[in-house]
Design a protein around this ligand. Structure first.
Ligand SMILES: *Cc1c(COP(=O)(O)O)cnc(C)c1O
Length: 386
């Protein structure tokens, strides 16, 4: 069988399993409403939580960096750190209260590179079963011994530490703070306590929590009063830009700059995006009203949808998984919602476990009460015509 035929077969297998992805085409900016094929629909599936993705101040920040050009020309180890990179790293380190920070082009690159830089052969990593794919890929690339503990299960983590920690070199515990597909929060205090008593480093991925939780949006670690060794934040979600940063000690950041393959062997982020990220930080810092509106919208949606009989197993966060179970059924409901003018994405394996396909509903701070009502009406019509 020829290569092209084999590829076509792989695609039809995905299709038959209800797993073929077909991204929709969006015209114009991301916002509480978006245009799909000329139809204006409510968007309830972006991570643009604070509505900053098309904020005029960010667009202006890009326009005002013309003096530094568009491209960064090479890896920073080759053609140097530009002022915009240095300034953004200083701003984000200051924001999180760490001595240093390092910028990456994406959160995916930040996680893969950071995990691989901080642990290697002879070391051990303890990783939550539902950690983001980029953390899992970093574990694989690291060649460290990887022990996966049951989701948010501190007892299991403790017993794995007792069993495997003593024979390893460095130990690193890795967890999302707010899990991206389930909307639940890691027991960070208990995990930090275990990290301390077993002499393990703690790496927390705050992709969905930064900008939303904590004083001035400084994340769940700040809210819960813990200081992980490594905090990863992404700039493409609540911050509305693109890229990511890792905040840590000078030494940890220095080792990442020397060893993270996705830093060493990849062109640095455009200086204009680094400037926009600094402006985004200023906006996030002052976004208490937006944070409040976002969580109010989430809480209204959660209670109304539960009243309609939908199963939403998350509390106190802006990520609402509406559990459906079967893949094709989930995508069919997503299509029906879109027909009614509400864009909610279905999430299927391998992003989530087999049999737990779901509609992942994420409101924004900029959704108005009538937007929330329209979303609830659309879900209600699914129940009336099952
Ligand atoms: C989105 C996400 C990432 C990846 O960030 P990008 O900037 O989108 O590449 C990493 N970790 C978690 C938990 C995420 O949700």
């Amino acid at each position: 069988m020829g290569f092209q035929t084999q590829i076509r077969e792989a695609l039809s297998e995905l299709d038959a399993a209800g797993l073929l992805r077909r991204p929709l085409q969006i015209s114009g900016p991301q916002g509480p409403e978006v245009d799909i094929d000329g139809q204006r629909v409510l968007c309830f599936c972006s991570n643009n939580y604070l509505g900053l993705a098309d904020h005029p101040a960010l667009v202006d920040a890009l326009a005002s960096t013309q003096g530094e050009g568009v491209g960064a020309a090479a890896s920073r180890l080759i053609s140097g750190t530009m002022d915009a990179h240095r300034d953004a790293e200083a701003a984000y380190a200051d924001f999180l209260g760490t001595p240093a920070a390092v910028l990456f082009s994406t959160g995916y690159a930040a996680n893969v590179g950071t995990v691989q830089a901080l642990a290697g052969t002879g070391d051990i990593i303890f990783s939550d079963a539902l950690n983001h794919a980029s953390l899992i890929d970093g574990c694989r690339l690291s060649r460290a011994n990887v022990r996966v503990y049951a989701h948010r299960n501190v007892d299991h983590l403790g017993s794995l530490l007792r069993e495997h920690r003593p024979r390893a070199g460095r130990a690193l515990i890795i967890t999302d703070s707010l899990f991206s597909m389930d909307g639940v929060i890691a027991p960070l205090r208990e995990i930090a306590e275990l990290a301390r008593s077993f002499d393990a480093g703690l790496m927390v991925d705050e992709a969905h929590a930064l900008g939303v939780f904590g004083p001035n949006g400084r994340g769940l670690s700040a809210e819960l009063g813990i200081q992980p060794d490594v905090v990863v934040g992404t700039l493409g979600k609540a911050f509305g830009v693109a890229g990511a940063f890792v905040a840590a000690s000078e030494e940890v950041v220095s080792l990442i700059r020397n060893r993270a393959r996705s830093f060493v062997y990849s062109t640095a982020p455009p200086p204009m995006l680094a400037r926009a990220a600094i402006e985004a930080l200023r906006l996030v810092h002052e976004a208490d009203d937006a944070r409040h509106a976002l969580l109010e919208n989430a809480s209204e949606l959660r209670s109304q949808l539960r009243a309609l009989g939908f199963d939403i197993p998350s509390e106190n966060s802006q990520i609402l998984p509406v559990l459906i179970g079967e893949n094709n059924r989930t995508m069919q409901l997503s299509a029906e919602l879109l027909d009614k003018g509400v864009f909610v994405q279905g999430i299927r394996p391998p992003t989530v476990a087999e049999g737990t396909a779901r509609l992942r509903l994420t409101p924004m701070a900029t959704h108005r009460p009538e937007h929330i009502e329209r979303a609830i009406d659309a879900f209600a019509s699914l129940v009336q015509n099952p």
